[in-house]
Ligand binder design. Structure first.
Ligand SMILES: [Zn+2]
Length: 175
């Protein structure tokens, strides 16, 4: 059971050199971009991080997160509980050029002035791990199949949601 809070910022190269393990909770209500994507959230995201240096000398973070989110049902738009979890493998880089050179096994994270904003990293991973679409079971949904105008299958009558990747790109473009 995790009880401690994850620090907002860390010095990732030092942590990698010492092969440190960090774990803790992050408040979901502080994630503005997540809220823009799927509505306001409460509670905590549970995070486990292992810092290290791989055989090629790449400083890396192997991580895992879990969160209980309230995601809007694509049919009726009211929130439904959904557990999201993700495992990720990050390579630390200090520039975009180095990010491009990173092997495809690692996802780049930018380290500036020896600092890494952990909250941003966790929020990015959380957005990437969102399911494409969620639906209530028909019995629980406020919009029943009968209420849908066309005779088409309910799942096909709703416009497809933007993928989490597109959402993330769009949100990142804004800042
Ligand atoms: Zn619904």
């Amino acid at each position: 059971m995790l009880t401690s809070r994850l620090p907002d910022k860390v010095e990732p190269y030092k942590l990698a050199a010492r092969a440190e393990h960090l774990e803790g909770l992050v408040s979901l209500d502080g994630f503005v971009r997540l809220a823009e994507a799927v509505g306001p959230q409460s509670g905590d995201c549970r995070v486990w991080l292992d810092f290290g240096v791989d055989a090629q000398g790449q400083r890396e973070i192997r991580g895992r997160l879990e969160a209980d989110l309230q995601l809007p049902c694509r049919r009726c738009q009211s929130p439904m509980a959904q557990q999201v979890e993700s495992e990720f493998h990050l390579g630390m880089v200090t520039s975009d050029a180095l990010a491009a050179a990173l092997p495809s096994t690692h996802e780049p994270v930018l380290v500036e002035n020896e600092q890494l904003n952990l909250l941003e990293v966790i929020e990015d991973e959380l957005i990437l791990s969102l399911p494409q679409v969620v639906y209530h079971d028909e019995a629980d949904c406020r919009v029943s199949r009968d209420q849908l105008s066309s005779g088409v299958e309910a799942e096909h009558s709703v416009a497809p949601a933007a993928s989490p990747f597109e959402v993330l790109k769009r949100l990142k473009g804004k800042s």
